[in-house]
Write a protein that binds this ligand. Structure first.
Ligand SMILES: [Zn+2]
Length: 291
């Protein structure tokens, strides 16, 4: 190698070194990142990495503010991004619900622009990290109402142990049943008191299997979609138990056990390594272009 070649090598090495020193501190690891402040999706093909409560997504799509049969409610912090399957589901559901009930659905929380956890100290859900979870209000707008002015309504009464008949009616059932009717829906979370109410009239019906009792969910229901096809890095939740969920499993919710359980403080989840690339998408793209 002659002197010029060595000098050139020296020059390009220095350049790479400088680049690395400048850029590497900006490439944060996927742990403890502020995902809700990443305001834009990547423009890579849409894909899910990880699990509903420990994951992220490439190619998130912003839900349009309104469509046939739905409007986006007051969503906090830009959390209106989902996988294409989710955006498609919401528009199909809105249309179907509207044709059956005449109501307009109000859509709540979906996910950050690139998924990932919500701020640990927020009241937002632990899941909703992969663009496959959505909250939909129980209260849907009548034709005569301005959907944007409607407030969420609690489906339980003031004792929080009984259904509130002022708000809960056949339309709510029709909406839930329609929401569960799509193949891509894995399950739907509602409060255990609401599940109990449904079990009075709809025990044994197939759609009831997807309707799962959970904490909270008194003014909205939470739809979880299955991992879309071709997403080998997307982790499904364990399969639903057989049956309508009205038996012993539901009884557990009304035993002393759920009340006595101590609530663990929320922890930052262990995200898949791919999420580091997604979080740092712009910085890594810049690095690749400069070389
Ligand atoms: Zn939710």
């Amino acid at each position: 190698m002659n002197g010029i070649a060595i000098k050139m090598l020296d020059y390009s090495m220095k350049r790479i070194l400088i680049l690395l020193i400048v850029i590497i501190p900006n490439i944060a690891s996927a742990q403890m990142l502020d995902w809700h402040n990443v305001r834009t999706p990547t423009n890579n093909p849409s894909k899910v990495y990880g699990a509903y409560a420990a994951g992220c997504m490439d190619g998130g799509i912003k839900l349009p503010g309104s469509g046939a049969g739905y409007v986006l409610g007051a969503v906090k912090d830009n959390r209106e991004y989902g996988q294409p399957e989710m955006i498609n589901y919401i528009s199909k559901l809105g249309e179907k619900v509207n044709s059956i009930t005449g109501r307009t659905l109000i859509i709540g929380d979906i996910a950050n622009a690139r998924g990932g956890p919500a701020p640990i100290n927020s009241s937002l859900h632990q899941s909703h990290q992969t663009g496959l979870d959505v909250d939909i209000w129980f209260r849907a707008a009548k034709e005569s109402e301005n959907a944007r002015k409607i407030k969420q309504a609690n489906m339980l009464d003031s004792t929080w142990t009984k259904i509130n008949k002022q708000h809960w009616n056949e339309t709510n059932v029709e909406i839930l049943k329609t929401a569960a009717s799509f193949d891509e829906v894995d399950r739907i979370f509602i409060n255990s008191v609401i599940k109990k109410e449904l079990c009075k009239d709809y025990q044994g019906e197939k759609w009831m299997q997807k309707i799962r009792p959970w904490w909270g969910h008194t003014s909205h229901f939470h739809v979880r979609l299955k991992c879309p096809e071709g997403n080998q890095d997307c982790k499904m939740q364990s399969p639903l138990p057989e049956g309508d969920g009205c038996g012993g499993e539901l009884a557990w919710w009304f035993s002393d056990e759920p009340k006595s359980g101590k609530k663990e403080p929320r922890k930052y989840p262990q995200l898949p390594e791919e999420c580091t690339r997604i979080f740092n998408w712009e910085a890594l793209q810049g690095l690749a272009e400069r070389h």
